[in-house]
Design a protein around this ligand. Structure first.
Ligand code: FES
Ligand SMILES: [Fe+2]
Length: 380
C-alpha cells in the first residue's frame, strides 16, 4: 500500500515533478516515421504539447505546440522555406526553434533574434520517432535489437490507453497475470509457480517458474527502464503458451502522454528461420497512435471473453485514471511490482542528486545493438 504522497511521486509526469524530471533523462517514442507525411502532427508527451514535423529538406523537428507570437497551434503550420510557418501571421521557425521570419516587422528589427520557440531533440530508429525532453548532454538513443536487426521482418503498432502509465508498467513486471488475464484452455494446467524478479543493468529480469503437465518451465523476460518490456519466443501450441505469447521478439513502450493517458508502442521483430520469413503482427505504423475508447473492449466470440489485444487495457483502465494505491493489498505474487517501485524511487533520487538514473546509455561501444533474449526454458 502506498500513501497518497508516494502514489503521486510515482505517477505524476509533468515538468518539475520528481518522476517527470527522471523520465526526462530518457528518449521516448513519440510517433512513427510512416505517419509523418506532409502535415505536421500534434503530439503530447510528459504533459507537454508539441508539434512534430519534417522540414522541406526532410529534417525532423519537435517544437512546443503554440506559436511564440500569439499562441496558434503549429499543427496547422505550413511546411515551407526551410521550416514550419505559423498559419496565423506567418512566423517561420527552423527545426531548432530559431525564428527565421516575422512578416510585417520592420526590416531593421532584431525582434526575431530575441524570440525562440522551444525545440527538443528528435531521432528516428527502426521506423519509430523518439524524442528527448531533458537537459543536455542528451544520452544516446538506445539501439534495442528489435529496432536495428535486419535479418527478418519488423512491424509496429501504436495506440492510446486512457490511464496513468505506471499501472501499465506494473503490468509488465506482474508475471502472475499471464496465467489469469491471458488464460487459455491450457493455463489451468499450470501450478502457481514461483515468481522471481531481479534487478539487472537495464531494469528487471523476470523469471516465472512453474510446472506444466508435470514438467518444470522457466519463463524469462525483461522490464527495461523506464517504460518498456521485452517478451516473446513462446509460440502457439507450446505447452506454456498463454494468450500473450508471440513467436517474434516484442518490445513495448508505455509512454506518458500526461498523468491520465499513455501511448502504447509495440515493435515486433521476427528473425528469418532457414531463410523463411516468420509470421508476426501486422505493421500499422502508417495509422499512427490509434485512439481507443475507455471502457469499450472488443469481445472475442472464439474465446468467450475480451479479445487478447484488449485484455491488458481492460485490466489497467479499470484500476482508475490514476490508480489510488492507498487502497491496494499486495500479496506474494506482487514482488515484481514492489521491486519496480523501489527502482523508480532510486532513479528519482539519483536524478535529484545530479546522477543518471538506471539504464541511461552514454557509451557508444555498448550501443551498437542492445540484445535482450527472452526465453522459455525446460528445467526438468
Ligand atoms: S500566432 Fe503564429 S504568427 Fe501569429
Ligand atoms: Fe498482459
Amino acid at each position: 500500500m502506498l500513501s497518497r504522497e508516494e502514489n503521486d511521486l510515482l505517477t505524476r509526469v509533468g515538468p518539475g515533478t520528481p518522476a517527470g524530471e527522471m523520465l526526462r533523462r530518457y528518449w521516448h517514442p513519440i510517433g512513427f516515421a510512416a505517419e509523418l507525411k506532409k502535415r505536421p502532427l500534434k503530439k503530447r508527451l510528459l504533459g507537454e504539447d508539441l508539434v512534430l514535423f519534417r522540414d522541406d529538406a526532410g529534417k525532423l523537428g519537435l517544437l512546443t505546440l503554440r506559436c511564440a507570437h500569439r499562441g496558434t497551434s503549429l499543427e496547422f503550420g505550413h511546411i515551407e522555406d526551410g521550416g514550419i510557418r505559423c498559419c496565423y501571421h506567418g512566423w517561420l521557425y527552423a527545426v531548432d526553434g530559431r525564428v527565421m521570419e516575422q512578416p510585417g516587422e520592420p526590416p531593421e528589427s532584431n525582434f526575431k533574434d530575441r524570440v525562440r520557440q522551444r525545440a527538443y531533440k528528435v531521432e528516428e530508429l527502426g521506423g519509430v520517432i523518439f524524442a528527448y525532453l531533458g537537459p543536455d548532454p542528451a544520452p544516446l538513443l538506445p539501439r534495442w535489437d528489435v529496432l536495428v536487426r535486419e535479418d527478418g521482418v519488423r512491424a509496429r503498432q501504436g495506440r492510446l490507453v486512457h490511464c496513468n502509465f505506471f499501472q501499465m508498467i506494473e503490468n509488465s513486471v506482474d508475471q502472475h497475470h499471464l496465467k489469469w488475464l491471458h488464460r487459455t484452455a491450457s493455463t489451468p494446467t499450470w501450478d502457481d509457480g514461483e515468481i522471481n524478479p531481479q534487478p539487472f543493468d537495464y531494469g528487471i529480469v523476470n523469471t516465472y517458474t512453474r510446472r506444466v503437465d508435470g514438467k518444470k518451465w522457466a519463463h524469462v523476460n525483461y522490464f527495461v527502464f523506464p517504460t518498456m518490456n521485452k517478451t516473446g519466443n513462446v509460440e502457439e501450441g507450446h505447452p506454456t503458451e498463454h494468450r500473450a505469447s508471440s513467436a517474434g521478439e516484442v518490445m513495448r513502450w508505455r509512454v506518458p502522454v500526461d498523468d491520465t493517458s499513455s501511448m502504447h508502442f509495440t515493435v515486433e521483430f521476427g528473425a528469418a528461420r532457414d531463410g523463411q520469413t516468420v509470421k508476426i503482427m501486422e505493421d500499422r505504423s502508417e495509422q499512427g497512435i490509434v485512439d481507443t475508447k475507455h471502457g469499450v473492449y472488443r469481445w472475442d466470440d472464439s474465446i468467450g471473453w475480451f479479445a487478447r489485444a484488449d485484455q491488458d487495457r481492460a485490466a489497467q483502465e479499470s484500476q482508475g485514471a490514476i490508480y489510488d494505491r492507498s487502497t491496494e493489498h499486495l500479496g506474494a505474487t506482487d514482488k515484481g511490482v514492489i521491486l519496480l517501485r523501489r527502482l523508480y524511487r532510486e532513479s528519482i533520487e539519483a536524478v535529484q542528486n545530479g546522477r543518471d538514473p538506471i539504464a541511461v546509455v552514454r557509451d557508444p561501444a555498448k550501443n551498437e545493438m542492445i540484445r535482450l533474449v527472452p526465453h522459455e526454458d525446460l528445467l526438468d
